[in-house]
Design a protein. Structure first.
Lengths: 347, 612
């Protein structure tokens, strides 16, 4: 654990996943990846080190944005794209709250793109979970800003001519200080990422590759299915070389700025030649290269924490500024408010 | 040489020059001094949209008008008695507004070939008889300022910039005003630039003494202090008054104030003002856009702040969907719309009242909100306070309408005694027993249960909610109940607001009904007409949704109702549909406030043209 993470110090009652479950019927399609995300959150939340009344889930619009209704904490189901803005208001008003954003690829990167990049830029302490299924589900199957070029959907019968966003690249470019990726189907890993995000101070972004079994089924099966996962996913761990494959027989080496897959079996390369992951590298270049892996079919999909750096968080800077001014000028009251500037008396 | 002193009841002066000439500063300094001197006053700045329009052009002229007097002053004055024209363009643009025998003080140095051409003068107006009838006082302002500042370290450019202080000094002399307040202001403003500080002071004093010594002026004017109500005063613009009102409301509500805003003319000063109030715990969030601004405010409201968002017309349009969210989540929120000329980008720096119907109806679904409007710059304080009080008490979004004229115009504000302000605090819900998010009290208001409160964890949002329980509900009957409840909440507010007040003649045939920022011009017009012997009454709406309880009765009491508005008839539309009565309209949509004389003419016409 780095010094960027906060350690819970309170003596909290021991909660369980059940304490975070609401009575509301969960209304996602049977088989949706969102169920797993919800389950992992309910399992992780007891370990956030936070009373549940201090946790808030804010969402926008879309399938994923139903999320707050199912967590027995405070929740706000907002309007399309605006979750980061609503959540920013919640966090600024009360920095003691732990504020999560549950959002989808259309919600966060299309209609809400502006709020997302500015939240990252400010480094406000929001934990943003992107449920990326690369499709519009709730509106029944149009391409999204993360859909691959050429994708045939209801609104692109001849294939999409849009070039997609790479969410982690956008987050890095926008200045987020914690960037991770996980899979809906990898329960343990997803819990780890949620837990890590919960402890980060600043904007934490977690892209969760999530299967929409109705409109984009199998979009990520290469990364989730037992027989293909090992060859197509590399699990990032701090201080460890990038190794993958069924028998850990493949590695990734950086050749200049170009990553390449090398065999660890033919005697040409050994573990020492490989790229060693440094989560805390303050230079975002390598994290950016990692974020681009998904653009190249020959490279595996990295999951884990791509980067975590320290930068003062917006809401704490706001608090600090206020207390500094109060110290300097004294706490304002009605009298000082009214008599500020030129006043005169009519006797 | 002694000069004659003439006593005047009231005077309207206008300072005009290039947008880089410092006319707004000169005007506001003259205003401050005049306020401290004890006159009642009203101001109207008029500046171009361009920050620094090309020098000398007609469209780059910036003006500042001040009406002050020893009697009650309600409007910035129809026609200036005095114009200070810093260049030919300023003369040309403003000449048509002046009284027929007005005094024109011109900077002769600026009347060169280049500037005359830019102002589209073929002949120098100072040299032909086009200014016949006016009292033209030619002053070589640029040259005299340069003479006064000879030997200082200032560059020619910096010396040129000081000429507005020379003009201000001259005006102080002409109207017999003290110069100390401006000297003190210069000391403070330029404390880090000692040469400029000295230069400006010298220019100010030189202007003052020039008036004393030149033979151009044979008369000085004296405007005695006004008989204002006893108490402490401060000159405020509408935007300042909104900011002060919101901070006061937060203090009296015992809540932190949160402002989410995005810069937009003419509302930005509220953001500027509030961002100064850090020592009051005010949090100002300059968001990435208008939508982000209101959404952050909604989030802050959910988390227990007194939440405010400020904007102008196009911004209000962008906030539309989020206002609906505040309606359905039943959260307190104050939305200040400083109206400007529309549609679209329209006339950003000009005033208009054309967002009334947008405020009333501009949302999807049945989404009623409370709509208030301030009537004068100082009244912005009271209405901001009222907006907060109603929003908190009824857990409801409130739109407060001001406008460009109120926002930038100023007048003396009587500082209220701090114990005079109503207590507007509301308790947060903490009791677990029997809690549901959409429980209703006698005002139909729901409990404010903020995150951090143990045991009250709940979810709200933009989907329709089951009454009382607050769970998502698609039930048809429930939706109808909720739509009606949200509307009924507005009608509950009726019991909580003052009646519509009528001034003027009880037995009048005509009632003149305005709303918002036109109050001063209408009041001036009604007074004038009454002085001529006509029977006229005036009522002014500050509460537009809901209308005050007695509004219908008042409107039906008079044979004729005249509604002057700076739009094409939006209040008229509301009155007709709400009260089923016919009204006469007076509409002006030029980006400018009413002149009292325009309303006066229409009143006479409506009365059948009878001149008593």
């Amino acid at each position: 654990m780095s010094n960027n993470e906060v350690i819970a110090t309170q003596n909290l009652p021991k909660l369980t996943a059940k304490d975070f479950t609401t009575g509301q019927d969960v209304r996602w399609c049977p088989g949706c990846g969102d169920y797993s995300i919800l389950a992992q959150m309910q399992r992780s939340a007891p370990d956030f080190g936070m009373e549940k009344e201090k946790i808030v889930y804010v969402s926008g619009i879309g399938c994923s944005s139903r999320f707050p209704y199912y967590m027995d904490t405070y929740g706000f189901h907002g309007i399309h794209g605006r979750a980061p803005a609503i959540a920013s208001g919640v966090k600024l008003a009360n920095p003691e709250l732990m504020v999560w954003v549950a959002t989808g690829d259309g919600d966060l990167l299309s209609i809400g793109g502006n709020h997302f990049i500015h939240a990252c830029r400010r480094n406000i302490d929001l934990k943003i979970m992107l449920f990326n299924n690369r499709i519009y589900g709730l509106t029944k199957g149009q391409y999204s800003p993360t859909s691959e070029k050429g994708k045939k959907t209801k609104s692109t019968p001849f294939g999409s001519v849009d070039y997609p966003f790479n969410p982690t690249s956008v987050a890095i470019g926008s200045g987020a200080t914690f960037i991770a990726r996980s899979l809906d189907r990898d329960a343990k890993h997803l819990q780890q990422m949620m837990s890590r995000a919960s402890k980060h101070v600043g904007t934490a972004f977690v892209e969760i590759l999530q299967n929409c079994n109705i409109f984009n089924d199998g979009a990520f099966e290469l990364y989730t299915e037992k027989d293909t996962k090992a060859d197509n996913v590399v699990v990032l761990e701090h201080g460890k070389p990038l190794v993958f494959g069924k028998n850990n027989e493949k590695g990734i080496r950086l050749h200049g700025f170009t990553p390449e897959v090398v065999s660890l079996e033919d005697g040409k390369y050994s573990l020492e030649d490989l790229w060693v992951h440094d989560e805390f590298d303050t230079n975002p270049t390598r994290a950016y290269i990692l974020s681009r892996f998904s653009e190249y079919p020959e490279l595996p999909m990295p999951i884990g924490v791509l980067m975590q750096v320290h930068r003062s968080s917006y809401e704490l800077d706001v608090e600090t500024q206020i207390s500094t001014v109060k110290e300097k000028r004294g706490e304002g009251d009605l009298k000082s408010l009214f008599f500020d500037g030129n006043t005169w008396e009519v006797a | 040489m002694g000069k004659e002193i003439q006593i005047l009841e009231d005077v309207t002066v206008r300072f005009a020059g290039d947008s880089g000439d410092g006319m707004q500063l000169t005007g506001s300094q003259f205003t401050n001094t005049t306020a401290i001197f004890g006159n009642d006053l009203s101001t109207l700045p008029d500046y171009p949209a361009e920050i620094r329009a090309p020098a000398g052009t007609l469209y780059g002229v910036s003006g500042f008008q001040l009406h002050f007097g020893s009697t009650e002053i309600k409007s910035p004055g129809d026609s200036p008695d005095v114009l200070i024209a810093m260049n030919p363009a300023a003369l040309k643009v403003n000449l048509k507004d002046l009284k027929s025998n007005a005094i024109i003080i011109v900077n002769t140095n600026a009347f060169d070939q280049k500037n005359l051409k830019l102002a589209q003068y073929e002949v120098n107006p100072l040299e032909d008889d086009s200014l016949k009838g006016y009292t033209v006082i030619p002053v070589a302002l640029t040259q005299l300022t340069a003479n006064a500042l000879e030997g200082t370290q200032l560059s020619n450019k910096e010396i040129g910039r000081s000429k507005n202080f020379f003009a201000l000094g001259l005006m102080y002399w002409l109207y017999n005003r003290p110069i100390e307040a401006t000297l003190a202001w210069i000391d403070d403003k330029f404390k880090n630039k000692p040469e400029i500080l000295e230069g400006n002071k010298k220019a100010l004093l030189a202007g003052y003494y020039y008036g004393e010594n030149t033979e151009l002026f044979t008369t000085r004017y004296q405007v005695e202090p006004a008989k204002l109500e006893k108490g402490f005063y401060r000159n405020v613009s509408g935007n300042e008054a909104v900011a002060i009102g919101m901070v006061a409301a937060a203090i009296k509500a015992n809540l932190p104030l949160f402002l989410g805003s995005y810069p937009i003319t003419p509302a930005s000063e509220i953001l500027h003002e509030l961002s100064r109030y850090k020592s009051y715990g005010v949090k100002t969030f300059q968001a990435e856009d208008e939508i982000g601004a209101i959404c952050a405010s909604i989030g802050a409201s959910f988390a227990g702040s007194l939440a405010l968002t400020t904007t102008s017309g196009p911004g209000l349009a962008l906030k539309t969907e989020a206002i609906g969210l505040a309606v359905i989540t039943e959260l307190p929120l104050v939305i200040v719309n400083v109206q400007r000329g529309g549609p679209s980008t329209g006339l950003p720096t000009k005033t208009e009242q054309a967002d009334l119907l947008q405020s009333m109806f501009g949302r999807n679904g049945e989404a009623p909100v409370v709509v208030l409007a301030a009537s004068t710059p100082a009244d912005c304080f009271e209405m901001a306070y009222e907006a907060s009080r109603i929003a908190l008490k009824f857990m409801i979004p409130v739109i407060l309408l001001t406008d460009g004229y109120l926002a930038n115009g100023s007048e003396p504000w009587k500082i209220p005694a701090t114990d005079q302000l109503k207590d507007i605090s509301v308790p947060f819900r903490t009791e677990k027993e029997g809690f549901y998010p959409y429980l209703r009290d006698e005002n139909l208001s729901r409990p404010w249960a903020i995150p951090g409160t143990p045991g009250l964890e709940h979810r709200i949002g933009g989907l329709e909610k089951a009454n009382i329980y607050g769970t998502v509900s698609y039930d048809p009957d429930n939706h109808e109940v909720m739509c009606k409840l949200r509307t009924e909440k507005i009608s509950k507010v009726v019991n909580d607001i003052p009646d519509l007040e009528v001034t003027g003649d009880e037995d009048a045939e005509l009632l003149v009904v305005g709303w918002g920022g036109t109050y001063g011009s209408i009041a001036d017009a009604v007074n004038r007409v009454r002085k001529q012997g006509h029977k006229v009454a005036q009522a002014h709406f500050k509460y537009l949704n809901p209308f005050p309880k007695n509004a219908g009765e008042v409107l039906k009491r008079y044979k004729k109702v005249l509604v002057p508005e700076l739009n094409l008839g939006q209040l008229s539309h509301l009155i007709r549909s709400e009260f089923l009565i016919e009204v006469e309209q007076l509409n002006k949509i030029k980006g400018l406030p009413f002149k009292a004389v325009e309303v006066e003419k229409k009143i006479i016409e409506t009365l059948g043209g009878k001149n008593v």
